[in-house]
Design a protein around this ligand. Sequence first.
Ligand code: ADP
Length: 380
Amino acid sequence: MNSRQSPTLKAASAETRAETDALFNSIGDGAIATDEFGRITRVNPVALQILGYKASELVGEWFPRKVIAMSEEGQPINLIDRPITKAFLTGKTVFQKMFYQRKNGQPVPVSISVSPILLKGRPLGAIEVFRDITLEEEIDRMKSDFISLAAHQLRTPLSSIKTYSHMLQDGYMGDITAEQKRSLTTIIGAADRMNELMSMLLNITRIESGTIALNSKQVDIYRLTEDVMREVGLLAAERGVHMQLEKQGKTPTGLRTDSLLLKEIITNLVTNAIKYTPPKGEVIISVRGRRNDVLVSVSDNGWGIPKYAQDQVFSKFFRANNITKRETTGTGLGLYMVKGLLEELGGKIWFITEEGQGTTFFCSIPRKITTSPVNINKTM
Ligand code: ADP
């Protein structure tokens, strides 16, 4: 066909090709283009540098086979989970973080975006742009280390503040007035909140850095739930909220999981239910043993979650505006942490809600800790 082109047309298309090449090669991140079958058609110099290949070793090869993608644990990522496959299947741009294997076998963390190339709605191929994020990962790790060190170090002076406040309040250092007693109660409450905040920060850094240590043992879920209810009982009483435990079906036996993490999860959900329910409200915690999991639900008849906020509540720092106008204290970290912890146990969380009517959070806790599915966005 080319041979039939006029010399002027030939020159024009050669020029267009040269321009496209120059454009492609000037992209500051790694770029790989494929045809509609996923075969590599172009690779820019940055991609070659990141992956350690020569262009001749990549062009013409089937992209998913030649460029190996791995999870943080070094497991190859299934074809169906590769961003290029998702981009082809959905026709949309897909963003993902994962590891690529360099030619010398070394893993390199990358942040990827893949878009299908469409011409009049027909897929012509895909274009992937990716960056080496080794440095960002390192900075992230240092940030996590810093937070965890700071939280640990702050705990010791905080526990002195609490111990001495309790001693003062209990009269070990002489009589105190009612007003002084009230002030000490406020100090102790503030120290407790700080402690909770620090353990939340510690948990989050551990989840994000994938360093959470799991301790699996037999758990009596009724007892654990009753412990939680006892511990948040004062808050419920202060808020005039009534709590109730519903044991559904047969007593769940054979639950082996991490009791501390599970307690943290349920405590957070019950605390939220109490905090986000007006006085005289009702919080129902229900426990049901099922074949492979235990289902715990925390239900309230409180303010609910507005529609706009429903897909954001598990995001870091998110708080819905129907809540922020009523409750100024809060960080928006609780549910982010709860979801992360539950995933560590191999469980799931979801909710139903209606603004002004109430909310129910459901947690499915597997009877045995299952290794959580590879979640690159979480681990990196
Ligand atoms: P925080 O409670 O510190 O605001 P969370 O991460 O625990 O942070 O919750 C995030 C947001 O989700 C809350 O600010 C609130 O908007 C919403 N939310 C969580 N639980 C409930 C609930 N039981 N009822 C209504 N809104 C809730």
